[in-house]
Design a protein around this ligand. Structure first.
Ligand code: P6P
Length: 338
C-alpha cells in the first residue's frame, strides 16, 4: 500500500472537515520543529547540548540545555508561522505573544518542549507534548487566562517521542494516529491509523518509591496488582517506569497498559506532579480518542476547569477498565460512590 505522509493525512483531514487550513499548517510547523528537536537530542555528547543550562524554569526545576534549546526551536518555528495567537510552555512563566509584524492566527499552542529531560544524559527516550486551543474571539493579545480552557475544548493534541525511532502521535478528535519519521526522506509517514488501546491490561506504570506516601485507595489498588494471582485480581501484573511520560504513554498507546502519577503526601500542596495544560490534557485527549480513559483518580481530566497555566494534577490514564477500577476505589473512599 502506498505510504501516506503527514502532509497527505492533513489534506485528508481538511477534506473530511475535521480541521481547517490554519490548524493543518500549524501542525506542519510543529512537526517540522520536532524534527529539529530530534536532531538536537540525537547528537548526544557530540552536540555539546547535554548537561545543565545553569537556569531554572518557572516550575523551579533546573533546566537542561536541551530544555532551553527545544523551547527556542518551537518558539522560533511558530513566531513566523502565521497560525498562532500565542504560545505557552512549561519553560516559560507567561505566554509568548507572536511578535508584531508577524502574521497572527486564531490558535493557542501549549507545549512541554522536552518532557522527561532528566533522561537525556542517560540516553533514554524523551519527547515533546503539545496541545492546541482556539483563541477566544476578539482577543489579540492572549493572556494566561485565555489559555485556561478545559481539555474538552482542545482542537488537537500530540506528542513526539525521540526514541530508537522518532514517532509522532496525533489526534484532532477523530481517532488517534501514529506517524514514524523516515529519516532518509525527512517525512513523517502514517504507521498506525485509528489506534485502539485494549480495555484490559496486565501492565502498570508507577513510581513505586512513592508508595509509602500514597493515599489509602492507591495503596489498596496497587497492593492488589502486586498480589497478582494470589490476590483478588487473580492474575499477575508486570511493571514499567521510564520516568519519561511520553515514553510510558507511547508504550500504552502501542500495547495497552496504565500510567499513574497519583497524589502523594510529598506533593499534596502542589495538587500533583504533572501539569494539566501541556501534559495531562493532551495525553488524555490522545488516550480517550484511542478508546482509553484518563482521570485524576476522581474525575475526568478533560472536564477540569483549569485555574492556572502551570497547574498540576494527578494522572491516571490508559486501558479503560483498569483506570475505571482505580478511579472507583478513590471515589468509593471519598464516599462519592458506594
Ligand atoms: P519521577 C518527567 O520529569 C516527568 O514530568 C514525566 O515525564 C514523568 O512521567 C515524571 O515526571 C517522572 O517523575 O517522580 O518518577 O521522577
Amino acid at each position: 500500500m502506498k505510504p501516506v505522509s503527514l502532509i497527505q493525512f492533513l489534506i485528508e483531514e481538511r477534506r473530511a472537515g475535521h480541521i481547517n487550513a490554519e490548524l493543518s499548517l500549524l501542525i506542519e510547523v510543529v512537526a517540522r520543529a520536532c524534527k529539529r528537536i530530534g536532531v538536537a537530542t540525537g547528537k548526544g555528547a557530540l552536540g555539546g547540548v547535554l548537561g545543565m543550562a545553569g537556569t531554572d524554569n518557572v516550575q523551579g526545576e533546573a533546566q537542561k540545555k536541551l530544555d532551553v534549546i527545544s523551547n527556542e526551536i518551537l518558539l522560533e518555528a511558530n513566531a513566523w508561522g502565521g497560525h498562532l495567537a500565542a504560545c505557552a510552555s512549561e519553560e516559560m512563566e507567561d505566554p509568548q505573544q507572536i511578535p508584531d509584524g508577524y502574521p497572527k492566527g486564531q490558535h493557542l499552542l501549549l507545549f512541554d518542549p522536552l518532557d522527561g529531560s532528566s533522561n537525556i544524559d542517560v540516553n533514554v527516550s524523551v519527547g515533546t507534548i503539545f496541545s492546541v486551543l482556539r483563541c477566544p474571539d476578539g482577543v489579540t493579545e492572549p493572556k494566561a487566562e485565555h489559555f485556561l480552557q478545559p481539555g474538552t475544548t482542545q482542537l488537537a493534541a500530540g506528542y513526539v517521542v525521540y526514541g530508537p525511532a522518532t514517532v509522532l502521535v496525533l489526534t484532532f478528535g477523530h481517532g488517534t494516529h501514529e506517524f514514524t519519521l523516515d529519516r532518509e526522506v525527512g517525512s513523517f509517514i502514517l504507521s498506525r491509523r485509528g489506534i485502539r488501546i485494549p480495555e484490559q491490561t496486565a501492565e502498570f506504570a508507577i513510581n513505586m518509591s512513592n508508595q509509602r506516601h500514597w493515599q489509602a485507595p492507591m495503596q489498596r489498588y496497587v497492593g492488589e496488582l502486586l498480589a497478582g494471582r494470589t490476590g483478588p485480581r487473580g492474575k499477575d501484573f508486570n511493571m514499567r517506569w521510564v520516568a519519561s511520560m511520553v515514553a510510558d504513554v507511547h508504550r500504552i498507546v502501542t500495547r495497552g497498559g496504565v500510567f499513574y502519577y497519583p497524589l502523594d503526601a510529598k506533593i499534596l500542596d502542589k495538587g500533583g506532579k504533572l501539569r494539566l495544560m501541556y501534559e495531562a490534557n493532551p495525553m488524555a485527549f490522545i488516550i480517550e480518542q484511542a478508546g482509553g480513559a484518563a482521570t485524576t483518580g476522581r474525575e475526568r481530566i478533560m472536564e477540569l476547569q483549569p485555574t492556572g497555566l502551570h497547574q498540576r494534577v494527578p494522572v491516571f490514564l490508559g486501558s479503560k477498565q483498569e483506570v475505571e477500577l482505580a478511579t472507583h476505589y478513590h471515589r468509593e473512599a471519598d464516599g462519592a460512590v458506594s
